[in-house]
Design a protein around this ligand. Structure first.
Ligand SMILES: [Zn+2]
Length: 260
């Protein structure tokens, strides 16, 4: 039986967190009923979630979780011997390893730069999809205003710079609501903007700091991309680009608005 395509991908995480809109939840649950691969992926996400949100601080790996991870790895071994489902079991194994690393390193702090760089790479790689595909900034802004009324939804127009809007998605950054919108130019250079409630003070060390028109910018390099952060009131804006560093900075200068 061929399950209805496409695989829901990152919507599984939203399903797990109860954040999926009703119509999408019905579609994903219907897909899950016919797709073993996605059912197993959901199970893997559940282990990860259980591990990174422990009920209380514990120094040792909870026995139940250890048993589940062991079971997962055993299952992978069995499947690898059959040499049939290796392609998706490798990510499951990596997820289990990530769980262990998180627990062992006990490093709860999150890094907005790495998260933004990871999501940018996921968008470029096709694993992070857009909810509204449109070249019209006003249409996307209206979508965000309806879906995320608490996050100011300013969607830039980069048409003068040769970039076309691809669309956007309601996103999460370290557990916070965020707008995520993407642009591409004719040469295939990608620019993504992300906005979430926060401050520059939450960002890691190691930025190049610049000031332009009274606005402070922090510029990072991560995952092969340039990331430019600035504040607009209570919101942090991030511009991520796969292209030229100075061009990315000039884009941020052009779109940043000083909020007193
Ligand atoms: Zn599937």
């Amino acid at each position: 039986v061929t399950p209805p395509a496409p695989h829901p991908g990152d919507e599984l995480q939203l399903l797990l967190e109860g954040l999926l809109p009703d119509d999408r939840r019905a579609a994903v649950e219907s897909h899950l009923a016919g797709c073993e691969r996605c059912r197993d992926e959901l199970a893997a996400l559940r282990w990860t979630r259980a591990a990174v949100q422990p009920p209380a601080a514990e120094a040792e790996l909870p026995p139940a979780l250890a048993a589940r991870i062991t079971a997962a790895l055993d299952r992978e071994d069995a499947a690898a011997r059959r040499r049939t489902r290796l392609t998706w079991l490798v990510p499951v194994s990596l997820a289990a390893a990530a769980v262990l690393a998180l627990l062992l390193l006990r490093k709860p702090e999150v890094n907005f730069v790495d998260v933004a760089a990871r999501d940018f790479a996921a968008w470029r790689g096709g694993s992070l999809t857009l909810e509204l595909v449109t070249p019209q900034p006003q249409q996307l802004a209206a979508f965000f205003a309806e879906r995320l009324p608490d996050v100011p939804a300013r969607v830039f127009d980069f048409g003068m710079m040769g970039y076309t809007l691809a669309g956007g998605r309601v996103h999460r950054v370290n557990g916070r609501d965020a707008t995520f919108f993407a642009y591409r130019n004719a040469a295939g250079t990608d620019v993504v903007c992300v906005m979430y409630a926060g401050t520059l003070a939450e960002l890691p060390e190691g930025a190049e700091e610049r000031e332009h028109d009274g606005i402070r910018f922090r510029i990072y390099r991560a995952g092969g991309a340039t990331l430019v952060f600035w504040e607009e009131g209570d919101v942090v804006c991030v511009l991520v680009s796969s292209g030229d560093r100075e061009e990315a900075i000039q884009f941020a200068y052009a779109k940043a608005v000083k909020v007193s």
